[in-house]
Design a binder for this molecule. Structure first.
Ligand code: BT5
Length: 325
């Protein structure tokens, strides 16, 4: 769904600093050189800068720190996910917008991305801190043919996808998954996942996979109550990270693992999940809505349910909880 202006930007992002002439662009885009120039003016107003190289054409010399659709598209290698991007400078919550989109009919794989959220949501209506321009605040809408009880498995599929995407950046950071929906770096939370389902009588109409990742915050960007428990990829890797590249990598892994899951079931995902898990084998305290359970996390079941062995060797299954390790 890229606009002409976005397509033009995408062309420059892929040009690797090679100048492109106005004539060539006019031909490629089937419009006048004046029209091309007007689009470049608009991009300049958004913070992109272009330089004119005599007799050769334009080059893109600097980019604002944004995750707009053209930026994501320039990294995208998927077949379905992220082909439609709804991009907001600021919104209430990408989940809320995704709900609206589903109500109005939306293509499988559509994503909602925002630079900031005023009402970012965690589980059970908790607040999710979404500092402007520093993180990935995104909801992915997919319509797999599944039954409602399978929906929670997608939180684990998403977690495995995010971990692989972070690893693919090649920085010296090793993310660990904390059951069910957190990703930690050095014991601090860098990512939270919120999977919501829209179900009808005959099955799941859509899954809204909300992913919040602290990417480029510095410690001082976090509010006091999060300073001890949260971290960002940039803090741990000690360098700034290109958010659009990470978004594209997440979409690629999520598409791949969704396909694997739909074809082969949860087993291959479980294997990957356990490999990256920082929960299995640890003494944990799980707080559910009804009780507090202490014991050793011994694994997850085929359904992504956590199994905990108590001191009396009894094994308890936990469907949803907050975990302390
Ligand atoms: C989560 O909830 O971890 C799910 C977060 C999902 C956020 C994404 S952003 C895109 C999409 N749109 C939304 O509106 N939401 C999704 P939970 O496990 O309940 O954890 C919430 C708790 O994490 C809070 O109570 C805080 O203690 C902590 N927290 C809040 N903001 C944080 C942040 N930016 N980084 C680390 N921890 C945070």
């Amino acid at each position: 769904n890229l606009t002409t202006k976005d397509e033009l930007l995408s062309r420059f992002l892929k040009a690797n600093n090679e100048p492109i002439s106005g004539q060539q662009l006019a031909e490629e885009f089937g419009m006048s050189r004046t029209a091309i120039w007007k689009h470049l003016q608009t991009l300049q107003e958004e913070g992109y800068t272009f330089e004119t190289i005599k007799k050769k054409g334009y080059i893109l010399t600097s980019k604002p720190d944004r995750v707009d659709p053209a930026r994501i598209s320039s990294f995208l290698k998927t077949a379905r996910l992220g082909k439609q991007v709804h991009y907001y400078d600021e919104c209430t919550s990408t989940q809320t917008i995704a709900h609206e989109l589903v109500r109005n009919g939306v293509e499988d794989g559509t994503i909602v991305v925002a630079e900031s959220q005023t009402e970012g949501k965690g589980r059970m209506a908790r607040h999710w801190e979404s500092t402007k321009g520093k993180g990935i605040w995104m909801t992915i809408i997919i319509r797999p043919k599944i039954l409602p009880h399978q929906a929670p498995q997608f939180t684990l599929i998403a977690a495995v996808s995010v971990v692989n995407a972070i690893r693919s950046l090649g920085k010296s950071i090793s993310p660990e998954i904390k059951w069910p929906n957190d990703i930690l770096l050095n014991g601090k939370k860098c990512t939270g996942i919120l999977t919501e389902m829209i179900a009808e009588m005959d099955g799941v109409q859509a899954l809204l996979i909300g992913i919040g990742i602290n990417v480029n915050q510095k410690l001082e960007d976090f509010p006091d109550e999060l300073k001890d428990i949260a971290t960002s990829l940039a803090i741990e890797a000690d360098e700034k990270i290109e958010r659009a590249e990470l978004i594209a990598a997440i979409l690629q892994y999520l598409e791949k693992y969704t396909d694997v899951y739909l074809k082969l079931g949860f087993e291959p995902i479980k294997v990957l999940w356990e490999e990256f898990s920082g929960t299995i084998g640890k003494k944990i305290k799980a707080t559910t809505l009804r009780e507090v359970i202490e014991g050793t996390a011994i694994g997850i079941t085929e359904d992504g349910v956590l199994e905990v062995k108590l001191d009396n060797n009894e094994i308890k299954r936990i469907y949803s909880a907050d975990i302390e390790i």
